[in-house]
Write a protein that binds this ligand. Structure first.
Ligand code: SAM
Ligand code: DTB
Ligand code: SF4
Length: 353
């Protein structure tokens, strides 16, 4: 054997877990559920992220294969349906009115334009269409307009996701009535680091919106951002908050900060790319059933880094050459990369294409 002895305990535990799941699968004919824990501590999560790199990746990838197909990546497409002029002070965000970022603000798009964009997203292989609005919290009229667009996009046969800021329970219920599949609302970082990044809304506000969305029966897309100058312990703290949500979010976007000139975080020291891989691997292990998205920041990543992130347990990306207001690699690049990794884009159940 090359390179010294493997960690015996890690291999025995992984083989034993696999054997147990195989027996359950044989008995039931279905993949066995993972042991989903909601009682993670920050110390445990930090120790997980700090595991020897190859052990961490081995465990994360083994866990990923149990419940997810490593040859399939889910594709979503983003559209900024209302851009800029946001009253919030999120230090990473080019859309805050508080920063001077050269961004042209735009009012809420008419539903027909949104649907046309969703059609073209669908034609390029996206199964989920995510509409983002730079609001602190929408009013009821704005929610009504978005609900009309959600219904029309859903009628195309796409999954729908919106991210509109804070929501009341009535607003969440209205969106659920329009058939909304997912609501994206991120915790962004640990409770301890949060105050360094945002002062205009609290962590509690975010948890309250998440609860309203859950109660309305809409699935949660909830994650955060790495590379904002936070510590490894903060990344662990974010994952603990996400894993403690019960049920855990169905979608977990891990964004690498896109540094935009004019925002307070522009010029932040770059994160070691392998920390991103570790964070994704830990997210995979702590939220085994969730779909982890390698979200913003892919334009700054090498193909090899993205491949490692997918190996560590990410299995969702945003397609297209634009996120909300910043660059994304684009379909040609992504098709080439996924082809080199022998990965196909997911299709929705019942879609015969
Ligand atoms: N205004 C709504 C809100 O904040 O709740 C929704 C839109 S907001 C742009 C959605 C998410 O995008 C943020 O929570 C943040 O996690 C992510 N995001 C925004 N700017 C980013 C950046 N420069 N780099 C990485 N992620 C970013
Ligand atoms: C998420 O977690 N990332 C997406 C989506 N949810 C809405 C947004 C990323 C935005 C990156 C900066 C921009 O393009 O404006
Ligand atoms: Fe506004 Fe959302 Fe950007 Fe914060 S992240 S400034 S709430 S658009």
């Amino acid at each position: 054997m090359c390179g010294g002895a493997p960690d015996h305990d890690v291999i025995v535990r992984a083989l034993w877990a696999n054997a147990v799941r195989l027996c359950e699968r044989l008995a039931t004919g279905k993949p066995a559920g993972m042991n989903v824990r909601h009682d993670w501590t920050v110390n445990e999560a930090e120790a997980l992220i700090a595991r020897p790199f190859h052990d961490l990746l081995f465990e994360a990838h083994a866990c990923h294969r149990e419940l997810h197909d490593p040859q399939v990546v889910e594709a979503a497409m983003l559209l900024s349906v209302k851009t800029g002029a946001c009253p919030e002070d999120c230090a990473y965000c080019p859309q805050s009115a508080k920063w001077n970022t050269d961004l042209e603000p735009a009012r809420l798009m008419p539903a027909e334009e949104i649907v046309a964009s969703a059609r073209s997203a669908q034609a390029s292989g996206a199964t989920r269409f995510c509409m983002g609005a730079a609001w602190r919290a929408p009013n009821d009229r704005q929610v009504e307009e978005v609900a009309v667009a959600v219904e029309a996009v859903g009628a195309l046969g796409m999954e729908t996701c919106v991210t509109l800021g804070m929501l009341t329970d009535e607003q969440a219920t209205r969106l659920a009535g329009a058939g909304l599949d997912f609501y994206n609302h991120n915790l962004d970082t640990s409770p301890e680091f949060y105050g360094e990044i945002i002062t205009t809304r609290t962590y509690e506000d975010r948890l309250e919106t998440l609860a309203n969305v859950r109660d309305a029966g809409v699935k949660l897309c909830c994650g955060g951002i790495v590379g904002m100058g936070e510590s490894r312990r903060d990344r662990a703290g974010l994952l603990v908050q996400l894993a403690r949500l019960d049920p855990q979010p169905e979608s977990v976007p891990i964004n690498l900060l896109v540094q935009v000139p004019g925002t307070p975080l522009h010029g932040t020291d770059e994160l070691d790319p392998l920390e991103l891989v570790r964070t994704i691997a830990a997210a995979r292990l702590m939220m085994p059933e969730s779909v982890v998205r390698l979200s913003a920041g892919r334009s700054q990543m090498t193909d090899e880094l993205q491949a490692l992130c997918l190996h560590a347990g990410a299995s969702s990306i945003f397609l297209g050459d634009r996120l909300l207001t910043t660059a994304n690699p684009g379909d040609d690049h992504d098709r080439d990369l996924l082809g080199r990794l022998d990965v196909d884009l997911a299709v929705l159940e019942g879609d015969a294409r």
